[in-house]
Design a protein around this ligand. Structure first.
Ligand SMILES: CC(C)(COP(=O)(O)OP(=O)(O)OC[C@H]1O[C@@H](n2cnc3c(N)ncnc32)[C@H](O)[C@@H]1OP(=O)(O)O)[C@@H](O)C(=O)NCCC(=O)NCCS
Length: 181
């Protein structure tokens, strides 16, 4: 039985009302770290546009703790080229005060099955190195490292390397795949 004194984590589909919280969670990673290679933190309006766009063909999910949004995970196209359309790029961000408590696992635990249900076959993730938490989360969920790009991004006064990981969402199969939903 769950302990009523321990706040419950809730993962759900994002709504436009989550835009400001997602923008607030993401901003410090943009301005203070090289975890993301974006350099200008998106506004809440821009975050709302990204949420809506992701939900058309992929997914954007948020993590709530005591009715407050404390994290999110989403997917988008791996590449715009047509043959890649069964592959999705995924990403996940938690408010720094809420890391290391199962939130990342809970978000991906909902996001990855959703992508599989929609017909995606591969999830790919890119991370700036080092990032033990992100590498640990992805590997714990069955992602395998497939590439390292050395010194590929310049941010905050130095070069950064990235790793790419992938996970199969459906067994390898011959023949034409079913359409995405
Ligand atoms: C990366 C991130 C999403 C992970 O989420 P989290 O809630 O902290 O991770 P969880 O508590 O769900 O841990 C899940 C697994 O990840 C691994 N993990 C988490 N933190 C770790 C750490 N600091 N070092 C090594 N492994 C770690 C563990 O294997 C853990 O397994 P367990 O569930 O058996 O304990 C989160 O730390 C975060 O938002 N970091 C900053 C933003 C970021 O790096 N995003 C990813 C961009 S690629």
């Amino acid at each position: 039985m769950s302990d009523p004194t321990v706040p419950a984590l809730l993962v759900r589909d994002a709504t436009p009302d989550d835009a400001a919280a997602c923008a607030r969670i993401y901003a410090p990673y943009v301005t203070d770290t090289a975890i993301t290679f974006e350099s200008v933190a998106p506004t809440a309006d821009e975050m709302g546009r990204r949420i809506a766009e992701a939900q058309v063909r992929h997914a954007w999910m948020t993590l709530e703790l005591d009715h407050t949004t404390v994290g999110y995970a989403y997917a988008g196209p791996f590449s715009g080229r047509d043959a890649y359309r069964w592959a999705a790029e995924v990403s996940v961000y938690l408010d720094s005060a809420h890391r290391g408590r199962g939130g990342g696992r809970a978000l991906y635990g909902a996001l990855l099955p959703r992508l599989a249900d929609r017909g995606f076959r591969i999830a790919a993730a890119c991370m700036t190195l080092p990032n033990d938490a992100s590498l640990g989360l992805h590997e714990a969920l069955g992602f395998e490292r497939v590439a390292t790009f050395a010194d590929i991004g310049w941010k905050l006064g130095r070069w950064h390397s990235t790793a790419w990981l992938q996970k199969r969402l459906a067994p390898a199969a011959e023949g034409e795949p079913a359409d995405l939903t």
